[in-house]
Design a protein around this ligand. Structure first.
Ligand code: ASP
Length: 350
């Protein structure tokens, strides 16, 4: 725990879930091991220069983010709910592999946020000389603690801070396995960029309708979703297994370009069959930028006529999280479909 100073202006809760960032070399075993976050000031003394009190919580057990499950998102939401009034912002240290999924999920589970929830991590452990972890952590803490002249949080959103840029969490995708610029947000501008100063992109940042209202903490998730990635050579058997499987309530169809899929008769027949079985079918593009428009090509029109819902410029990570959240909260599939095409947390542009 960092000792409280007189000049303290903000208090931050740092939640360490696992991942590369918290690793340090154990000199005896000569292997990377998670370090004790109670000692964070020793590892990152720069944090002591902020006018900010930092408390930490550590997941037990720590997880590689490839093991992240909705139960972990629930644990984060419960913790943020319990501590919401005590802190000005939350920084979540998380592995990069599924960070975009977790940030998307929390953006839907935390409705009406008035405080920042900033995810960060690193490509190299904090305990190695060329680490990107220290810079990422320092920027995340600074952003999570910043307020405007009225005393409101500058970025009251779930976001990802990585390699000097701040992105809306539900717009991100991990695009690089070894470069420091691991994430992209192609369909929404950066919320901030850290250079000599941190420059905030005010118009791109969402603000709550009522700063005095406590957020709604949503905790019901329905995970009966699968993903069908269209590719040349895809067979009727594979498509049927995924679209019409009895365990799913919804299927995300990852299509080509502006939302296109094969125009062959069997394919559209199966989409119609799944639709008539009551499946919620959501169209998102495989492209990293741009979105779905099912009115341009005949193949897209066929999907629309078969009842497929437009995912606009959603990432797959965000589409999955939105489906989990909406289906957990709402039993009526028609209502779910209407809300899928509605922008709820800045996740789609229409
Ligand atoms: N496998 C690690 C994780 O996602 C990679 C990382 O932290 O960057 O937890």
């Amino acid at each position: 725990m960092i000792p409280e100073e007189k000049r303290i202006k903000s208090s931050i809760l740092l939640i360490y879930t696992g991942g590369t960032i918290g690793m340090k070399e154990d000199p005896v075993e000569q292997a990377l091991k998670p370090f004790d976050f109670e000692q964070i000031l020793q590892e990152v003394p720069e944090l002591g220069k902020f006018a900010c009190k930092i408390d930490s919580r550590t997941f037990s057990p720590l997880i590689d983010s490839s093991d992240v499950e909705p139960s972990n998102w629930l644990e984060l939401v419960n913790l943020i709910e319990e501590e919401y009034d005590k802190y000005d912002g939350f920084v979540i240290l998380h592995g990069t592999d599924t960070m975009a999924y977790s940030a998307s999920a929390l953006s839907f589970m935390l409705e009406g946020l008035t405080k920042p929830v900033v995810f960060t991590g690193s490509q190299l452990p904090i305990g190695v000389p060329r680490t990107d972890g220290k810079e990422n952590l320092i920027s995340a803490v600074e952003i999570a603690s910043e307020k405007d002249e009225e005393g409101h949080a500058k970025v009251p959103e779930v976001c990802i801070c990585f390699d000097n840029v701040l992105m809306r969490g539900n717009r991100t995708t991990k695009i690089n396995a070894d470069n420091f610029r691991a994430f992209r947000s192609e369909n929404w501008p950066y919320l901030a960029e850290a250079g000599i100063n941190i420059r905030y992109n005010g118009p791109a940042i969402r603000k709550p309708e009522d700063w005095d209202k406590r957020p709604v903490f949503h905790k019901k998730l329905d995970t009966r979703v699968s993903i069908l990635k269209i590719h040349p050579g895809i067979t009727p058997e594979v498509v049927r297994d995924i679209l019409c499987g009895c365990q799913t309530r919804a299927v995300i169809i990852e299509t080509y370009g502006a939302g296109n899929a094969p125009s062959r008769g069997w394919f559209l027949d199966m989409v119609r069959e799944a639709s008539s079985m009551g499946k919620i079918l959501l169209n998102v593009t495989q492209c990293i930028a741009g979105g779905v428009n099912m009115d341009i090509y005949a193949t897209g029109k066929g999907l629309k006529e078969a009842g497929v819902i437009n995912g606009y410029d959603s990432t797959t990570e965000s589409a999955l999280a939105k489906l989990f959240y909406l289906m957990g909260e709402i039993q009526d599939d028609q209502q779910v479909k209407i809300l899928l095409e509605t922008d709820l947390r800045g996740e789609i542009s229409k």
